[in-house]
Design a protein around this ligand. Structure first.
Ligand code: HEC
Length: 105
């Protein structure tokens, strides 16, 4: 699948405020199994959404970076890698990523 950083960045800028609390996101996370390894506030196998949001606060490219990580997987500082989840449709990934980045402590 072709990755489009410019499109993602444009969506991040234009859509951030409107869709940060998309009510469909919890059901999407359930469907794709994100909650097996992540939660809003608690570190599980993966970092909590609030920790991720705090880490990327002020980063204009955050939405594009996180969307790419969901698609391709990532192994950063943690003990376990994030598995690649290419089956998640781009539109759903973008809604999920906006939700994650909107989390506040
Ligand atoms: C099998 C466990 C597992 C599942 C399922 C999983 N993740 Fe992760 N995720 C991780 C781990 C572990 C990391 C940390 C990887 C690292 O940095 O070493 C991570 C990292 C991330 C990051 C990157 C955080 C950063 O700081 O860059 C994002 C975004 C993310 N996950 C979103 C998701 C979403 C959205 C889903 C569901 C579509 C999901 N994850 C499903 C384990 C999982």
């Amino acid at each position: 699948m072709h990755f489009r950083p410019l499109l993602l960045a444009a969506l991040a800028v234009s859509g951030f405020a409107a869709a940060a609390d998309d009510p469909n996101v919890p059901a999407m996370m359930e469907k794709y199994g994100c909650g097996i390894c992540h939660s809003d506030r608690e570190t599980m196998a993966g970092p909590s959404w609030v920790d991720i949001a705090a880490r990327y606060r002020g980063n204009a490219r955050a939405a594009a970076i996180l969307a790419a990580e969901v698609k391709k997987g990532v192994h950063g500082g943690g003990p376990w890698p994030m598995p690649p989840l290419p089956e998640v449709p781009d539109a759903d990934t973008q809604a999920i990523v906006r939700y994650i980045l909107a989390q506040q402590r």
